[in-house]
Design a protein around this ligand. Structure first.
Ligand code: ATP
Length: 470
């Protein structure tokens, strides 16, 4: 029997399978528990716990993104007072026992025996309450969502998803295994990669390389280096970026553009940790951690389209981070605006201007297809042009004028496209409009605009040239 006081305690169920979460929720509700919450993405556990009072956590072991073990390690650092009950399959008992060593309160083997379930839960609830009483008597508090590592101070955010990513970074930083960062252009993937490097405390350098537009020979030369005489003009041997990143991190951006033959070389590098400089017979050892990023959904490219090798995708995405676009974390916009105004004013040696509420509201409604980079361009422009220490709506509106409006701004029209063009546009007009908007969003950077449009830099350049000629 579980007494009424305990039934008002909070319980968090963590499992990637919704059916399991539903079944345990139902069981707990039928036992009289009134405060049951569920999380199906293990990266969000810490963020969810921020708003819970002395809960007990039921944790599945086998989950994507972060395993139960990784979550447990994180909880033991940030919320050591919370009792965690591991739910495990028969085949995972060894791992469950390891979890007990890491500080889990108990474990239950599937299929769950109701009596065992009830007694483990009562025990955990009592322990949890006791720990909280002791902590409040001693005036101790844990957590609070603080990320003290200086690496995180460069990433301005208060989005729970981004804070969940910080927690994830803390737990994977030390593993040294490859990480793949997916997200739209300008969303902060490189900042995240740098944060992983810094939190890892590796002695070597962080070396970033944008591999889009590099053919296989150029890529091999850049990463692997060459021996003297490897090709005409190679009059000196040169070590590649893998060597430069030794004991540090090699960050390969735009990995989705990697040619098929280069994909094979990268796979070998990840599997065997060796590579051959151009012209060399002897392999060299790779001592760098590999982090990659893409603004295309590589899992789709690897899946349906087969453009990207599935085996390589799995290797690269041992740790996987999806950075949300800015329009899905609008709560970050005011913070970023304030930060970017300060940064721009300092660079331009100007007094930090204030921004009007209307100007901010205008930014809050904007879709930001170019994400933080686009916001940064608007703010730098506004700071440069503002005259009396004040950024008003006009200053922002002039810049946003040429960009794609949110669908909500065209509400009321029979069709948003008709309202935008004054008639239903042809495909050609839509393409022209998309190109123009991408150039506005990226501040006329053709390389970034081509990424935004999903075409090669050469294709965009050709199109713009044709337009000028015509
Ligand atoms: N959360 C943030 N806080 C502060 N600055 C940010 C943030 N996110 C991005 N930025 C800034 O926006 C710009 C773009 O960020 P970054 O280069 O990391 O994006 P990206 O996703 O790697 O872009 P791309 O896909 O084009 O390579 C940089 O100047 C970066 O400093």
């Amino acid at each position: 029997m579980i007494d009424e006081k305990l039934k008002s305690c909070q319980i968090l169920l963590v499992d990637d399978e919704q059916a399991e979460l539903d079944a345990y929720s139902l069981l707990l509700t039928s036992m009289g528990f009134r405060n049951v919450r569920t999380v199906n993405d293990s990266r969000l556990v810490l963020a969810t716990l921020e708003s819970m009072q002395s809960p007990v956590v039921f944790l599945d072991l086998n989950m994507p993104h972060m395993t139960g073990q990784e979550v447990l390690r994180q909880l033991k650092v940030h919320k050591p007072q919370i009792p965690v009950i591991i739910i495990t399959a028969d085949s995972e008992i060894e791992t469950a026992v390891e979890c007990l060593r890491l500080g889990a309160h108990d474990y239950l083997v599937k299929p769950i025996d109701l009596k065992m379930f009830s007694s483990a839960l009562r025990n955990a609830l009592e322990i949890g309450l006791l720990r909280n009483e002791v902590m409040s008597l001693k005036g101790i508090s844990f957590g609070g969502g603080e990320f003290s590592h200086p690496a995180f101070s460069k990433i301005v955010t208060r989005s729970p998803i981004m804070l969940g990513i910080f927690q994830y970074i803390e737990s994977i930083a030390a593993s040294g295994l490859p990480a793949l960062i997916l997200g739209e252009t300008g969303s902060g993937k490189e900042l995240i990669a740098r944060a992983i490097h810094e939190v890892s405390n590796l002695p070597g350098e962080f070396v970033a390389v944008d591999i889009s537009g590099l053919d296989d020979t150029l890529l091999s030369d850049t990463l692997f280096g060459h021996t003297k005489g490897a090709y005409t003009g190679a009059d000196k041997s040169r070590s590649g970026l893998i060597e430069k990143a030794a004991n540090g991190t090699l960050f390969l951006d735009e990995i989705g553009d990697l040619a098929e033959v280069s994909q094979v070389k990268l796979l070998r590098l990840l599997q065997e940790k060796i590579y051959y400089p151009l012209g060399a017979d002897q392999p060299k050892q790779c001592h760098a951690r590999i982090i990659t990023a893409a603004n295309k959904d590589l899992s789709k490219l690897a899946g349906q389209d087969g453009e990207f090798r599935m085996d390589l995708y799995y290797r690269l995405s041992t740790h996987l981070i999806r950075v949300p676009p800015l329009r899905d974390r609008r709560e970050d916009i005011p913070l970023l605006v304030e930060h970017l105004i300060g940064e721009a004013a300092t660079t331009m040696n100007k007094k930090v201007p204030a921004i009007s509420n209307q100007a901010l509201a205008r930014l809050m409604r904007h879709p930001f297809w170019g994400n933080v980079r686009e916001l940064k361009a608007y703010i730098s422009d506004a700071v440069a042009r503002c005259q009396h220490g004040h950024i008003d709506e006009n200053l922002i509106g002039e810049r946003l004028g040429g960009a794609i409006p949110m669908i909500a701004e065209t509400e009321g029209a029979a069709n948003p496209l008709e309202s935008l063009f004054g008639h239903f546009p042809t495909i050609e007009e839509l393409i022209e409009y998309a190109i123009e908007s991408a150039l506005v969003v990226t501040d006329n950077n053709q390389s970034q605009a081509s990424r935004l449009l999903g075409v090669s830099r050469q294709a965009l350049h050709k199109r713009i040239k044709k337009r000028h000629e015509g």
